[in-house]
Design a protein around this ligand. Structure first.
Ligand code: FE2
Ligand code: FE2
Length: 168
């Protein structure tokens, strides 16, 4: 794919992906405001934007999606980078600006990302002894474990009801 077109496909992907989440938030607001028809509309268009985002991503498949070894390696590096560089910088700025709630959300994300890195690392070096049957994901902070669901999330303290199971 030519350079400018590639840039545009990337930009379109990012735009559609953002729209997906924004529209779901709009749908949630409409639901709170008790206008279910509008909530339904936002959810439907959100789904359509997700289709667009996926389609754009597919055009970049050769650029973005490699073989699984490379994808694991890239995902591991991304987690290391966000947990060791990006979020720590963001946390510092949030604290300097007195944005405590933001600093807390960022630090939960930082901690959860470093757990993600460990899971990838383990998968990369194939040191998984027992087959993993399921992972459990904290819906508050994004902490992930393949052990049994903890009574409280070790990253954010959420109760076990807040975990969602992703199984094979
Ligand atoms: Fe992550
Ligand atoms: Fe959590």
């Amino acid at each position: 794919m030519k350079e400018k077109t590639t840039e545009n496909v990337k930009a379109a992907f990012i735009g559609e992906a953002k729209a997906y989440f924004r529209l779901l938030a709009f749908a949630e607001k409409a639901r709170e405001e008790d206008v279910p028809q509008i909530a339904l509309l936002f959810r439907a268009i959100a789904e359509a934007e997700r289709v667009h985002a996926t389609r754009h991503l597919n055009l970049m498949k050769d650029i973005v999606v490699k073989d699984t070894d490379a994808n694991l390696e890239k995902s591991f590096r991304n987690e290391i980078s966000v947990s060791q560089n990006v979020y720590p910088d963001f946390i510092k700025v949030a604290q300097d600006e007195g944005e405590e709630a933001v600093a807390m959300t960022f630090s939960h994300a930082r901690d959860a990302e470093s757990f993600h890195a460990k899971l990838y690392e383990r998968a990369m070096y194939s040191v998984i002894k027992d087959e993993v049957k399921a992972y459990h994901v904290c819906q508050v902070c994004g902490y992930v474990t393949d052990k049994k669901i903890p009574d409280t999330c070790p990253v954010c303290g959420a109760p076990k009801e807040k975990f969602k199971t992703i199984d094979a």
